[in-house]
Write a protein that binds this ligand. Structure first.
Ligand SMILES: [Zn+2]
Length: 253
């Protein structure tokens, strides 16, 4: 860190050296990181150390942590975002969704708002003519949003979805008509769907790939299965069962 600070970590500083040209959204991340570092002041002759925020003086103790967990104090992580972390889901995916639910991913609306791209670039990558906000891209878009229709067909479920991402997430991952134990699976499928839509949206922008919601659905089936498979050695079903009858695999129908 000290070396980076000396080189200069402000925008355009020499601390930021890259082996290749950054993509627009990567430049945006660097800008965010640089803005966060702008408030950091390093002190000479003081070593780095870990600090337990709940008790900066005495540090971590089991008793202090127990008190925190059993008290009525405000939780450190609030809101629906905390639900995205799950051991079955790769952390890069959870991190992306965590940022998404705070509207901090580089959708075109956000890039225009931060002056990264020109206002005339604000329209949805799906070519539908609407502004590319997060809610639009992942839910409302005729092209990308239609993936949810295919997913519901695959799962054999029918409901009236919310058009707001955090509500949609809660609604889908706590599917009311399904037994409680299946909620984890629904959450994994939701996260896999968001990830697949975002990856294909980027392929569309940066590689001129043609978007096919059916292909996105297949990626959701594949990713969700392998995330479950790699973490639960004793899955009682195979990929083809999951592909065709996911709810039978979960034993909820
Ligand atoms: Zn659209």
């Amino acid at each position: 860190m000290a070396e980076m600070a000396n080189l200069g970590w402000g925008e355009g500083g020499e601390a930021w050296g890259w082996q290749r040209r950054l993509l627009a959204w990567e430049e945006e991340s660097v800008r965010e990181c640089s803005a966060m570092l702008s408030n950091v002041v390093l002190q000479d002759h003081i070593q780095d150390f870990w600090r337990w925020l709940l008790d900066p003086i005495h540090g971590y103790t089991v008793r202090g942590t127990y008190r925190f967990l059993t008290s009525d104090a405000e939780p450190v992580v609030e809101g629906v975002q905390k639900n995205v972390w799950h051991k079955l889901v790769p952390s890069k995916v959870a991190l992306f969704v965590w940022r998404l639910l705070q509207d901090k991913v580089p959708t075109r609306a956000n890039l225009v708002r931060r002056n990264v791209i020109q206002p005339n670039g604000i329209l949805c990558a799906g070519g539908c003519g609407n502004i590319e906000t997060a809610d639009h891209l992942f839910l409302g878009c005729n092209l990308f949003g239609s993936v949810w229709y295919l997913i519901c067909n695959w799962l054999g479920i029918c409901y009236v979805p919310s058009c707001q991402l955090s509500d949609h997430f809660l609604q889908f991952s706590n599917m009311a008509s399904m037994p409680r134990f299946s909620h984890t699976f629904f959450k994994v499928i939701w996260l896999a769907s968001i990830w697949a839509i975002w990856k294909d949206r980027n392929n569309c922008i940066f590689k001129n790939a043609v978007i096919d919601p059916q292909i996105i659905l297949e990626k959701v089936k594949r990713d969700s299965f392998f995330w479950l498979y790699s973490n639960r050695i004793s899955l009682a079903f195979g990929f083809h069962d999951w592909w065709r009858h996911p709810l039978l695999c979960l034993d909820v129908k």
